[in-house]
Ligand binder design. Structure first.
Ligand code: AHR
Length: 658
């Protein structure tokens, strides 16, 4: 049985948006221009905008104003840095002095704005939009997936040019800016797959229509016209078209990015046949306001990074390119009474009595989740979180334990396809080997969500959204902590000899934690991994591998880096059995931050744990519900995580939820 949801929208209130002189002139206006009591404002948002001259940034600002206007207790103050980072720093200082509750900033320059963003973050929540700052000193980053945008433009070029192949000219944005770099890299990555297609030239036009037009008129005077032009935004794509017209060239396929509305916006240009396609680059304005509310309401589970999805618009799809109306009346999942009782932790994770094969799910509609297995306490907490969140959301969940085998997960996915579930979500045990079964899900029209672990596939269209951690960053964090900790503790020879216990071979966390850790220690003298063994994330395998290593390793071992806490806890037993003192004779850093790791830190046996949250259920159910409501979904939602050194274990343990 399905129930229907009604959403009542609050009254719309106009918002006053002021420029750099806002402090003197600021006032609140109500619906009909009446003054609104400032005391009714509970959420005062400062929006520090890089510039208000680029159409895309104007659209972002408008979207934020529009979304905020739906909340009678919210006001937005906008500042325009006119593309000067010095001015943007001053803008943020003014906003902070004014007493805003939350800062939204779209930086002109990532590095230059990093210190002021970090300063703001010390006193209030900060949402960074579009261009990231360096490090993690902010509450939430929301931005486009620029590499994916680049890949998508390349894929479309390959469709247009087909088997005959051809030449491509790239018109890039401002040199050195992250979207320029990432879109270029994505385009090249994709085009390299087609031997008949060549990028013959690239020009830089700073995101500006006129500059693109001028540069290309000069270029077309001396060189042959390409078969296709990929411009990194629609303004430059329009400039390219104007240049081709002025140069008297025949039709060229021109592709742009942004997909804005309005005259000569990307949608209009596609409609007029000037562009073959535009790729919508969402501004994130709506998401910023939604999350600002959740952050100010102190909701749990706010992610750290959200990468928004692009959408291709061609003449054939232009009619459906306008944003879908807010789903005010959506089909909701079954109500609680009909939902199956959640398995308790033991049911969800206990190993099967006998067989290795996954238990067959019942036939019904709902969401299918083939889980990796139950290798660690992290996994038990993860299973519990997903099951509990599905129950709370009223989503019927069909859960299958993959028992650490890819073939079991594939079999479970096939059975979900056969059942005709609405959505499949899973944590792929390893990165590779999913093309076939995910293509079957796509052919059946069932969207696939990735939770916890990612896949390594050529075709990004085989999955919809990833919700999970940045494993590479976890590896970097472990290494950064270690480098700091060992600074004054090195042996006389200056060497830090590290043993690594790796997670499941070929799995995303094992690959990325290793990469992040290795890359970070690489620049530091004396640090080296002397042994690296896999223990599959299991406690007992961690103990056994460490025992073998201690018995066979002739040189001294200074450090253990374990890819999860369970393996570290197993290794601690082996270290003690060998007559050594864990945490002293061998420094230990691991990943996950399970409660048992805190107990070990308080006992002095573990030195640090890097958080990897298993509590992905609520975020996952939110994207599933958004999907069912027909909303646009991000490509990646990256969770917010911390580092816990032993010194703070006593204080932090009471707040651990897993
Ligand atoms: O994929 C997440 C990893 O899988 C956790 O860090 C580990 O404990 C687990 O089993």
């Amino acid at each position: 049985m399905r129930k229907r949801l009604g959403i009542a929208l609050p009254a719309i209130i106009a918002v006053v948006v002021l420029g750099a002189s806002f402090l003197a002139a600021w006032a609140f206006l109500g619906e009909a221009g009446r003054s609104v009591e400032p005391s009714s404002v509970r959420r005062l948002i400062g929006l520090s905008q890089a510039n208000l001259s680029e159409p895309w940034r104007i659209a972002m600002t408008e979207e934020i104003r529009r979304e905020a206007a739906a909340h009678s207790d919210m006001r937005v103050i906008v500042t325009d840095a006119v593309d000067s980072y010095g001015r943007q720093v001053a803008d943020v200082e003014h906003l902070l002095a004014y007493g805003i509750d939350l800062l939204i900033i779209s930086p002109t320059d990532s590095a230059a704005l990093t210190p002021i963003v970090a300063q703001a973050y010390r006193s209030l929540p900060v949402i960074v939009l579009d261009r990231a700052v360096e490090g993690y000193a902010y509450t939430l980053y929301i931005g486009p997936d620029n590499r994916l945008i680049g890949r998508e433009t390349g894929r479309y070029v390959s469709e247009l040019l087909g088997a005959r192949g051809g030449t491509v000219l790239e018109v890039a944005g401002r040199e050195g800016s992250p979207p320029t770099i990432d879109r270029s890299a994505g385009l090249r990555e994709e085009i390299s797959k087609y031997p008949g297609i060549r990028i013959v030239d690239a020009v830089t036009a700073d995101w500006l229509r006129d500059r693109a037009e001028d540069i290309l008129v000069d270029k077309f005077a001396v060189s042959r016209a390409p078969d296709a032009i990929v411009a990194q935004n629609d303004a430059m794509a329009f400039g390219a078209w104007l240049a081709a017209r002025r140069s008297g060239l025949g039709p060229i396929d021109i592709i742009g990015v942004d997909g804005l509305g309005g005259t000569n916006g990307g949608l209009d240009l596609v409609d007029k046949g000037i562009l073959s396609a535009t790729f919508i680059c969402p501004t994130g304005g709506k998401e910023a306001v939604d999350y600002a509310i959740d952050i100010l309401d102190k909701k749990d589970g706010i992610p750290k990074k959200i990468y928004l999805r692009t959408r291709k618009v061609t003449a054939g799809t232009i009619a459906s390119a306008t944003p879908p109306p807010d789903a005010a009346d959506v089909t909701a999942p079954p109500d609680d009474a009909d939902a199956p009782a959640p398995p308790d932790a033991a049911d969800a994770t206990a190993p099967p009595d006998d067989a290795d094969a996954p238990a067959a799910p019942d036939a019904a509609e709902g969401r299918g989740a083939p889980q990796v297995g139950s290798e660690s306490r992290w996994r038990i907490a993860n299973t519990r979180s997903v099951v509990e969140a599905a129950r709370k959301a009223g989503i019927e969940l069909h859960f299958v334990d993959g028992k650490q085998k890819q073939e079991n997960q594939i079999e479970a996915i096939r059975s979900f396809i056969g059942m005709g579930v609405d959505v499949i979500a899973f944590s792929p045990i390893v990165e590779k080997g999913w093309e076939g079964v995910l293509a079957e899900a796509k052919a059946a029209g069932i969207p696939v969500f990735l939770s916890d672990r990612e896949v390594d596939l050529q075709d990004d269209s085989l999955w919809l959204t990833f919700v999970g951690s940045d494993f590479m960053e976890e590896g970097r964090r472990a290494a950064r902590w270690l480098i700091g900790y060992m600074k004054d503790r090195k042996n006389a020879d200056g060497q830090v000899r590290i043993v690594e216990l790796r997670g499941t071979e070929g799995s995303a966390p094992a690959l990325d934690r290793n990469r992040g850790f290795e890359a970070t220690i690489a620049g530091h003298d004396g640090f080296s991994i002397v042994r690296s063994e896999t223990a599959n994330f299991y406690l007992d395998q961690g103990r056994d591998r460490m025992r073998e290593i201690l018995a066979s390793e002739t040189g001294r071992i200074d450090v253990l880096f374990a890819h999860n806490d369970d393996m570290a806890l197993g290794a601690i037993e082996a270290i003690e059995d060998a007559g050594l003192v864990p945490g002293k004779d061998i420094v230990i850093v691991s990943v996950d931050a399970i409660r048992e790791a805190f107990v070990a830190m308080i006992a002095g046996k573990l030195n640090c744990t890097v958080e990897c949250t298993p509590l992905l259920g609520p975020q996952l159910m939110k994207v599933v519900q958004d999907y069912m409501a027909g909303k646009d979904l991000p490509t990646r939602i990256v969770t917010s995580e911390e580092v816990f050194p032993a010194e703070i274990a006593k204080k932090a343990i009471s707040e651990r939820k897993y």
